[in-house]
Design a protein around this ligand. Structure first.
Ligand code: FMN
Length: 229
């Protein structure tokens, strides 16, 4: 599907790549961890908190061999196992915090072919759909702090994330946001989530990591976590 949005996204992706080539991968603006300018709200130390990590991620293959460019873009291989980019970040947070993990999945399996997935995601966004989820968090009341992770899709949250946010009661909880992207960083998603979860404490210094920087993700995550707790 040829749309203005698609053209804008592809143009930006190409510009980012060109910038990375010139600057030897140090893109400064569009590459690394980000925090926006408003200070974080005060949070209790993570050590004292019961923590859950909930993430949405769609690795476009589970085969570590002979990946296409699109498949490589959407994955990070650890010890021969293919993870989605956001899934990989969730795994690092899990290792560092000992938190429990909930994977957000749609009831209907998503296509793994990149263009088919892009088209479906755009159709869902244009129709403001709320795709049904496979499951909800069964024991959300047990957690004080929830890390929520997602990729940027079409300059926004993937529509299943709206279902996820709207179908759970996060009131009174601390919400830590992390995201991966292909050039558009957080794309206003922190503001969207803050508005949607108006009875929660949503941190403003969300983590965002470019899919091109997955090799450095561990250091980025550790640095971010240090700044939170
Ligand atoms: C359907 C779709 C739409 C996307 N739209 C954007 C976008 O608008 N901006 C952007 O920076 N990256 C975009 N991306 C790239 C993803 O954000 C990026 O590859 C991310 O790391 C994927 O995370 P995952 O492997 O955890 O699913 C898109 C990817 C897909 C599959």
């Amino acid at each position: 599907m040829e749309t203005t949005k698609r053209r804008k996204f592809l143009a930006l992706a190409t510009a980012t790549l060109a910038g990375a080539a010139v600057a030897g991968c140090s893109t400064g603006g569009a590459g690394n961890t980000s925090s926006n300018s408003t200070p974080s709200k005060l949070l209790p130390p993570l050590d004292d908190s019961r923590i859950l990590i909930a993430y949405f991620s769609v690795p476009e293959t589970d085969d570590p061999n002979n990946m296409s460019d699109d498949e490589e873009n959407s994955t990070h291989v650890v010890d021969g196992k293919v993870l989605g980019n956001t899934q990989y970040v969730a795994q690092i947070i899990e290792e560092r915090t000992g938190a429990e993990v909930f994977r957000i999945e749609t009831a209907e399996e998503l296509p793994l072919d990149h263009e088919t997935l892009e088209n479906l995601a755009l159709e869902q966004q244009e129709a403001n759909e709320r795709p049904k989820l496979k499951a909800l968090i069964p024991n959300l009341e047990e957690y004080d702090t929830v890390f929520i992770g997602y990729p940027i899709w079409w300059y926004d949250l993937p529509m299943p994330m709206y279902t996820f946010l709207e179908e759970h009661d996060f009131s009174g909880k601390n919400i830590m946001l992390f995201s991966t992207h292909g050039g558009n960083r957080l794309s206003g998603t922190v503001e969207t989530i803050t508005d949607t979860l108006s009875d929660s404490t949503v941190i403003s210094n969300a983590l965002t990591i470019s899919r091109d920087d997955m090799d450095d993700a561990e250091a980025e995550v550790v640095n971010w976590l240090d700044g939170l707790g």
